[in-house]
Structures are given as structure tokens and as C-alpha cells.
Design a binder for this molecule. Sequence first.
Ligand SMILES: C[S@@+](CC[C@H](N)C(=O)[O-])C[C@H]1O[C@@H](n2cnc3c(N)ncnc32)[C@H](O)[C@@H]1O
Length: 292
Amino acid sequence: MGDPEQPNYFRLADRPCRSCRAARRTLNNPPQYASDPKSAGSCRAHCSHLACVAVAESRKGGSSLGGNLGPMDRSRIIPAQVRYWDSVADEKRFSHPLRIAWLTRHAGPRARILDFGCGHGRTLAELLRGGYKNVIGIDFSFRMLKCCRSHLPDVRLVQNDGQTIPLQKHSVDLVLLFAVLTCIPLDEEQRDLLREISRVLRPAGLLFISDLLLNRDLRNLERYDRYAGEYGTYGIFELPEDVVVRHHRKEWIEELTGSFGQLEFKPFEVRTMNSNKSAAFQYLCRALPSPK
Ligand SMILES: C[S@@+](CC[C@H](N)C(=O)[O-])C[C@H]1O[C@@H](n2cnc3c(N)ncnc32)[C@H](O)[C@@H]1O
């Protein structure tokens, strides 16, 4: 067992994910240390659960995911998320509308567009139909990209998790981020992604976000309340299929995109991938000059 006092070890959360609890009950495992593969035993896969690692990090006062976690830690977190999106690649469908009229108002047909979290290529296909041919799709799920490839044989696709987007600084005119922030629940992770997007965007480049807002119905209020303590942010919750997602306060989106200026904004209602209705927003914004 590793020494939890050593910097490279961090204890898993006291309240681990449901899978871990189940595994501990069965195996009577002692508390586990994420960086010690031997101690993790047979519930190791569950213990890379995003929530466990995130809560453990925040409790020990470190930064949250995507911040100062070392390469070892990221290699535990990302696979858990990728596993989920791989597992649903053939079944889930997404429906945030791509407002081509907004794009044509602000981006010429030669714009180089990065669809980050492109999924199975729904929005890439729409971009092509709308006359935007210079497109790149990025997703960390190989199975999603495989779906993409099956109907978009010529589009450039890259498997990448957004920590370091493999594109040059200032090389993209527009980034689409459609239903992706909801999959990246923690503030710090979202900030990191926005920082990386800002790096690849050309000066005054465009960012088009479509994502979920907080809802007011009882089903949602109950799950926001249930998980708020565990994740430290109201709006983050677990789905029964064991993935952590987030609905956002509008104020948080404003803060996150503080280095962009608004061009278009529209609240709307969307069907989620599980066919429930949710409040949502679409926001097209332009990178502001960085302060000198
Ligand atoms: C809800 S789906 C939306 C897909 C697509 N944007 C659409 O609207 O049709 C979210 C997608 O983001 C991908 N994703 C989530 N987190 C990611 C990350 N950190 N890096 C790359 N892709 C990610 C998932 O694999 C999934 O394909």
C-alpha cells in the first residue's frame, strides 16, 4: 500500500462512487490509494471514477481535475469518461440545433472550423451541408469517431481529450462546443479546455457553445441537491448509467467565457440524450483582444 502522505498518493474519496461502495462491500477492501495499482484490487476500474478522484483531490486541497494532476492521474480519469462515451456511441443521439444562419452571419465559407467533441459527426455533417468544407472533428471517444468516419469519409478527425489540442496557435477561425461542457463537469476542467480553445483560435476568432442550463423541475432539483455536497458545485450530478454530467448557471457560463464578447445568445429547450427536456442555451461569441 502506498503512503498517503507522499505527494504522489491521494486517497480516494470517503464517499466513493456507487460502484466502489459495492466493490468494497463485496471485497472488504481497505481505503485505497489511487497511485498504487496493487492496492486498488479488483475495483480499480471503478475507482478511476471521475467523482472519486475529483473529490479526493479537492479534499486534500489540490487543484481539481485537469489542473495540477500529474500524468498518472489524468491517465486514470480520462479513460473512465472515454469508456462511457465509447459504450454509448451507437445508441445516443444529440439534438442541439446548429444555427447555420448565425454562422453565415459571422463566418465566411472558407472558415476553418473545429468541432470539439464532435461525437458521431452530426454537426460536422451539417456544417458540410451548409457549405463549410474546412472542418476538423475532435473527440476522445474512438467509437464516436468510428461512427463519424462511417458517414464522413473525407473529414479530418482527431482523437484527443482537449488537454492539449494538436493544432497550432491561432490556426482556427471557429470552434464548436456542442453539448460538451455538460460532459466536463468541473470548473477547472472547463477552464482548461477554454484556455486551450483560446490558444488555437485566431485573434477575434469565434466560439459557438450549445449546452445545458439549470432546470427548475423537481426531478432535477432533487439530483442537484443530492450531489451538490459531493461535487462542490450545484448542477453537477450522476446519471444512473454512472457518468457525471453538469447543468450550468448562466452566470458561470458568463464567467467561463469572460475573454469573449457576445454576438448571439439564445436560451431554448432541448431534448437530452436520454430524451428528457432540459433548459439550454446557445452562445456565439468572439475572442476579445487580450489585455496588454
Ligand atoms: C453529448 S455528446 C455531443 C456530440 C456532438 N457535439 C453533437 O452535438 O452531436 C458529447 C461528446 O463529447 C465528447 N467528449 C466529452 N468530453 C470530451 C473531452 N474531454 N475531450 C474530447 N471529447 C469529449 C464525447 O465523447 C461525446 O462524443
